[in-house]
Design a protein. Sequence first.
Length: 269
Amino acid sequence: RAGGRGGGASGLPRGAAEAPLGSVSPQVVERCVAAAGYSVGEFAALVFAGALGFAEALYAVKVRAEAMQKASEAVPSGMLSVVGRREANYKFACLEARKHCESLGIENPVCTVSNYLFPDSRVIAGHLQALEFLQENARKYYFKRTKMLPVSGAFHTRLMEPAVEPLAEVLKSIEIQKPLLCVYSNVDGKKYMHSKHIQKLLVKQVVSPVLWEQTMHSVYERKQGTEFPYTYEVGPGNQLGAILKQCNLKAWKQYKHVDALEDEETADT
């Protein structure tokens, strides 16, 4: 998993033995059938799959981060984590939040679902006034829990449009290969097909919602009775594993978290 909030890369090897990563890494790499990364973690997944070089990907991530930070500073905005009841209508809630912003004199307000995590869990991003309105009216919209995320802007919304061009320019300048294994895109939850496809969707991802729940369904879709692959979440934290448990309990039973720092410490000793 790439460092920082929103990172993540999951390798999905079929039939690798359950053991510490250090002792099974050759099988994990050779038998891996798919990879996916959450938000900026998509770059890590593409490096793992051989589509991007590590140094080039790191530079692209740096440019992306700086451009998104600059876009964040232009408008007071943020992200709100929401757990809703079955009755929750997120689109309607966002519509009313935008109308509230318009009543305050904000032109073209933004309030939209920016991350689909698991059933009944979303991240909503946009103008701060819209998010505050949703928190104040949580009960009306059947939101069980709301929490402002410690981020500086409304990532994965059109408020990030100023970051599109800088990232597009960088991606045009670096070599992108066809992945050696299936990598799933955050933008549509489907497999990347070729290098131009990767270049296009990595740019689009900056202003598009992260369809992580939909991606999990795509990755683990299989005929009834077919065995699930082992899943490895690599890096600090196990948030993606917690989401997988909510999306697909059977797949989660084959899940293992691998902390890269622990692996390094073991190697040092």
